[in-house]
Ligand binder design. Sequence first.
Ligand SMILES: Nc1ncnc2c1ncn2[C@@H]1O[C@H](COP(=O)(O)OP(=O)(O)OP(=O)(O)O)[C@@H](O)[C@H]1O
Ligand SMILES: [Mg+2]
Length: 434
Amino acid sequence: MRFGLDFGTSNTTLAVADDAVVRVLPLDPDVGATMPSVLYIRRDGSARVGHGAIDAFLADNAARGPVTREFKLLGVRVPSSDPEQPTVEAHIYTDLASPGRFFQSLKTFLGDPLLQPTNVFGDAKGLQDLIAIVLEHVRRRAHELVGIWPADVTLGRPVEFIGGPEAEARAVARLEEAARLAGFSGVRFELEPIAAARAADVPAGTAVVFDFGGGTLDLCVTRREKERIEILATAGADIGGDRMTQLVIDETVAPRLGADAEWGPKRLVLPRFVTNAIGDWRALSALNEKGLLDALDDLIRAGAPRRELLALRSAIELQLGYEIFAVADAAKCDLSEQPSALVTFHRGLVDVDALVTRRRFEMRIAPLLDRVAALLGTVLERADVRHGAVVEVVCTGGSSAIPAARALLERTFPQARVRNTDLYRSVAAGLAVS
Ligand SMILES: Nc1ncnc2c1ncn2[C@@H]1O[C@H](COP(=O)(O)OP(=O)(O)OP(=O)(O)O)[C@@H](O)[C@H]1O
Ligand SMILES: [Mg+2]
């Protein structure tokens, strides 16, 4: 038996190949083949993965009482601006009752040069440790479903990790270590679009595989003669659905949290690092410290819009980043079927009912789609293939359901057939036979 594991930015999928038969395993007992690539670690150290993580996180957060903070010394001295006292004891205010920590889009950070281990209730966890928990869960589930403990695995990887070529060595090393920590002993890698090409039964002649996921866009040009599939070129970039969801948040939720507010004769605005954090769950939870929350209170006293800043404070304190992300992501997916969608969110002091139209969304994502068009040009150039020579474009990855992305492909390749292969499972299926 050979295992193919697609650890995606948004979704994780596992396939097993037994002779010529490939099965995509139902990783998520309730929902089916794909499992959200998310992790939740409770204060007691217990961890949950996938939908179980989301459910536990939401339940814990809904049930928690008021946020209480405690002053905690970090045991180091840092420089201070006070000439009388050139160094001070470093300290933080920690949220004592926080029931757990939630992690999403972990793959995005694989190539990050500045990553420090994350303090998870007193335990320093590196990114590879966190990903290992997700992969270990997958391995255990495989054992449940097929009766053996997978030892060897073919892991998918993007053509280019987020962070570009510079991120490559770090990202591969971390992903490999995570797989080993999870108990896989033989770890191979295959490029995700090449795996998709294997699973998709690309046509004879020249085709383009278009894998548009949550974190990255991955492309390859294939040439098939009978059963032989040759990969002529690959290209990838950090263009994906998470970015587009952030744009929906900017459009609908951020203005209710003060992102567009201006106040006073000097037309003051919120600092950029605060408004940027609204669309980014990780940055938003990093703002959860007393100094910043006090600063928001000061701004309100100084005339900043009260309702919006209290909503922002509440979003930070209640750690609403993931829930905001989830409603915006769902609205974005609705826009693939409907001309408009509602983003409705009412928690704490955050009250959002905002309509987003497909037109407005398409305006917002236009710069990203320009980069998609440019990357298509790059991969054809690398393959030394003219647009007119492409007979088929095979789409996979959730973001390829976006009508504007399809329209772009149809415009770029007017004579080619644009076809969907299984949007969520083709990469894993291809990995199992790689
Ligand atoms: N109907 C839809 N319309 C628009 N976007 C969608 C739709 N369905 C899913 N998506 C988006 O697709 C992305 C997830 O796709 P997928 O599962 O292929 O990504 P992934 O494999 O986890 O990520 P990556 O391959 O980039 O690491 C998410 O951003 C999700 O919002
Ligand atoms: Mg993918």
